[in-house]
Design a protein around this ligand. Structure first.
Ligand code: SF4
Length: 265
């Protein structure tokens, strides 16, 4: 299922700035709090494409670099065949993944892995249970409002009962899948991009790297968590200082810097 195919610049990682065609696959089992492609999280957010149709669509642009992104491409059954067809067409393939699934023997020039830290844990509103709980709370609130209205009382706002937006953070997060990450870095050329919310994420990044073992630290990058250009510019100096402190590379997020996270750019 394909959500969108478009031509732009690779925004992140060691290939930032390279003109690339993006194939966005629909569907991702995660619900990161700061996901900037929420419109592609559900599998139904895509259209069924024949692999040949995808290769033809990509061929519209004279561009060697293809980025298969999501959603989460590594849980898509059609990915290995798509990668084989693109490779046969002479393309350079980057796969953007959260590192939650391993597929062996797939043509891939760069496995761009972004392991999720606890800072990605969905808020109450973002998680499926949270959304259900919020809906039920909304229903309860409406019915209470109606009752109060009928009784001629005021409709002063009532505080939302239940968990606040941070209640899932640190509780439900089960951590990156270290076994999968080990397989990915052992079998593919890779980069590891960590999304950083604050300097407090550093111990968790270090611990994740220690647990994976055998990581080439020159392939590790930190990039600021940012929903828009203002947030990116505000956080970038902090992340840059972190990079200088620990020796990891700083990852651009050109799609935010240049186009303020506009879809299809
Ligand atoms: S893994 Fe990526 S696509 Fe999936 S929810 Fe997280 S940021 Fe969004």
């Amino acid at each position: 299922m394909i959500n969108e195919i478009f031509y732009s610049l690779q925004g992140e990682g060691f290939l930032a700035g390279v003109p690339s065609v993006f194939i966005r696959v629909a569907g991702c089992p995660l619900r990161c709090r700061w996901c900037d492609t929420k419109y592609a999280q559900e599998a139904q957010a895509g259209t069924e494409y024949d692999i040949n149709e995808i290769v033809r669509a990509v061929g519209k642009w004279m561009c060697r670099h293809i980025v298969i992104t999501g959603g989460e491409p590594m849980v898509n059954d059609g990915l290995p065949q798509l990668a084989r067809e693109l490779k046969a067409a002479g393309k350079h393939i980057t796969i953007e993944t959260a590192g939650i699934a391993y597929i062996p023997d797939m043509p891939c020039d760069l496995m761009s892995i972004s392991p999720k830290l606890s800072n990605s844990t969905p808020t109450t509103e973002d998680s499926p249970k949270g959304r259900e709980r919020q809906k039920s709370e909304d229903r309860r609130q409406k019915s209470e409002d109606r009752r109060q209205n009928t009784e001629g009382r005021s409709l002063a706002p009532t505080p939302v009962v239940g968990a606040g937006p941070t209640d899932l953070r640190g509780k439900k997060f089960s951590g990156p899948d270290i076994a999968v990450l080990r397989e990915l870095i052992a079998n593919y050329d890779y980069q590891l991009k960590f999304v950083v919310d604050s300097v407090n994420d550093l111990p968790e990044i270090q611990e994740t790297l220690d647990r994976i073992e055998d990581v080439d630290l020159e392939k590790v990058m930190l990039m600021p968590q940012a929903a828009d250009r203002d947030e990116l510019l505000a956080k970038s100096p902090v992340v840059a200082e972190m990079c200088k402190m620990v020796g990891f590379a700083f990852s651009q997020r050109l799609q935010i810097l240049l186009w303020n996270n506009q879809r299809g750019k």
